[in-house]
Write a new protein. Structure first.
Lengths: 154, 381
């Protein structure tokens, strides 16, 4: 059969789209409203594992301690420890390609966080670049209260 | 005595880029009818199939409870029906648990996926990420794999040239597999010249869009003779889920695969995975994963993959003779495709790509971002 022989095929063009309300949870809400209102990044510390997690969570996955109240301030700056350049455009992407997604180890955190890195040529990004958060008031409510991270010029 | 589960029969359709001319129900029905033909199994409530495990994905089928669309095809009405929406190898683990626990003794496993139907696989996998911290960034399984590829390649001896070898070899092996997706052969140079799509992953490092369906009949050791005179024994299964956030993990290695493998080897009584297997099928959706999974499953030493590839190790150890994921299987069914090849090899039914004296094989499957979840299966003749 030829691919274009649809003469007797009935095809429905469908689409899954479901308006929905996601609750970030109490820990997640504190993190996100602090980003929005104070332009500050907060992590949670597991005292037993001596580890500071960003994004925060209620329970340490390693020792299962309740860490929801162990808030610690994290710096708005950090280091790119891994990255990729997204080059194929697609509808779920928040930026025009090419754009950089990096794992950024923020000063004061133990777990790197994924975010967009802008303000540098995607062909020139390397590990070890120092970056800082650039906030916006315009984004949808999410991690995109930080619009992106940009290199700190030395 | 070690308990065993028998794989009595396997059936598949050909992997294709776009099976536009058939509904997924029809694809599964072909497999199902082949299983019945091979084994004579019935749906008799005393002696036949009382329990079916299906594998499908709600997002790829664009409907919730995707198994609802397949229950009549696999005869699951009025009996047990379970769905695995993990990698398909977990459907086999589920069936194995059901049989070894004495819950049931004959289980049909069936899986389907048409990756050709959604506009973009990456849009599907973006939905695997949470809506607060990662989904809004556009993360998908490709970009997550790319971050892992960089972390792995940096600490391993594996180079872009090695990845090119892996891709070229995958296409050559698949050309000997009549059920494999038909792809053009590529040279190592073609692979190295193919554009970066998500650094360091190149276009030819990624498995292509594929539609496929598969079915298998499993039963208890005592009943195997009723359905086949050539049973393949499933003797080990292990799986493990890694951390969710990419930054919580050391992406350069896979703790989850190490643990899944250890569990499977312990169950099967495998002492040294480096010498135990005649056939090894690894879920290499991206080229860097073949060496990375080989190291983390313990079939080769850590940080030895570069030399292993250069010295023809994958051929010597019977790795991905089917062509592997890289040549094209639906991601959701990757582990079932790996298990299919191992079973065919152990049955001596692998045609032009048949390995000599295959006695024991390993099949591996993975789901989630950058190999978050892994399953390992051990099969024996």
């Amino acid at each position: 059969m030829q691919k274009d022989d649809f003469s007797k095929s009935y095809v429905v063009e469908g689409k899954l789209a479901l308006p929905y309300t996601y609750f970030a949870g109490r820990v997640g809400s504190t993190f996100l409203t602090t980003l929005r209102d104070q332009k500050k990044i907060m992590g949670v510390q597991c005292n037993q594992c001596e580890k500071i997690f960003v994004p925060p969570r209620q329970t340490c996955e390693r020792c299962l301690s309740d860490i929801r109240d162990n808030w610690v301030p994290i710096e708005n700056s950090g280091e790119v420890v891994n990255f990729t350049v997204v080059r194929e455009q697609d509808k779920h992407l928040p930026r025009k390609t090419p754009y950089i997604l990096g794992l950024i180890k923020l000063d004061g955190a133990d777990t790197p966080m994924v975010h967009i890195i802008d303000g540098i040529d995607p062909e020139k990004i390397t590990e070890g670049v120092r970056v800082r958060a650039v906030y916006t008031n315009e984004s949808d409510p999410s991690i995109l209260y930080i619009d992106h991270f940009e290199p700190i010029s030395s | 005595m070690k308990q065993r589960v028998a794989v009595c029969a396997v059936a598949q359709i050909k992997n294709e880029p776009d099976i536009w001319y058939q509904r997924f129900q029809g694809m599964v029905l072909e497999c199902f009818e082949t299983i019945v033909e091979q084994t004579g199994v019935t749906f008799d409530m005393d002696k036949g199939i009382r329990n079916v495990v299906t594998c499908s994905d709600d997002v790829f089928d664009a409907r919730t409870i995707s198994d609802n669309a397949i229950t009549d095809v696999v005869g699951a009405h009025f009996r047990g029906e379970e769905k695995s929406c993990q990698d398909g190898s977990n459907a086999l683990g589920y069936a194995m648990a059901s049989i070894l626990s004495g819950h049931d003794d004959v289980i049909l496993v069936a899986g389907h996926c048409k990756e050709s139907q959604p506009e973009s696989r990456r849009m599907c996998s973006n939905l695997a990420f949470d809506p607060f911290y990662t989904r809004p960034l556009g993360l998908d399984f490709l970009s997550a794999a790319a971050l892992q590829a960089r972390a792995y390649l940096k600490q391993s001896q594996v180079t872009d040239a090695h990845l090119a070898k892996i891709v070229a070899r995958s296409r050559e092996n698949a050309a000997r597999n009549p059920f494999a997706r038909e792809n053009e052969l590529v040279t190592e140079d073609d692979v190295m010249q193919s554009p970066l799509i998500c650094d360091p992953i190149r276009a030819l490092h990624r498995y292509p869009v594929t539609d496929w369906a598969v079915a298998m009949l499993l039963c208890s050791e005592e009943r195997a003779h009723e359905f086949t005179d050539k049973p393949v024994w499933l003797t080990g299964f292990g799986n493990c889920m890694d951390s969710y956030f990419l930054g919580d993990r050391d992406l350069s290695e896979s703790t989850a695969l190490q643990k899944a493998a250890r569990r499977a080897y312990t169950m099967a009584g495998v002492d040294d995975p480096k010498t135990a297997f005649d056939i090894i099928e690894l879920g290499d959706a991206y080229a860097y994963q073949l060496p990375m999974w080989a190291e983390n499953a313990g079939v080769i030493e850590p940080k030895s993959a570069g030399k292993w590839i250069d010295s023809g190790g994958p051929d010597r150890m019977g790795v991905n003779l089917s062509g592997g994921m890289l040549n094209g299987n639906p991601f959701k069914l990757g582990g079932l495709a790996r298990a299919m090849e191992v079973v065919l090899q152990l049955r001596g039914e692998a045609g032009d790509r048949q390995a000599d004296k295959a006695q024991r094989g390993l099949a591996h499957g993975t789901t989630g971002a950058a190999g978050q979840h892994h399953s390992v299966l051990v099969f024996e003749k």
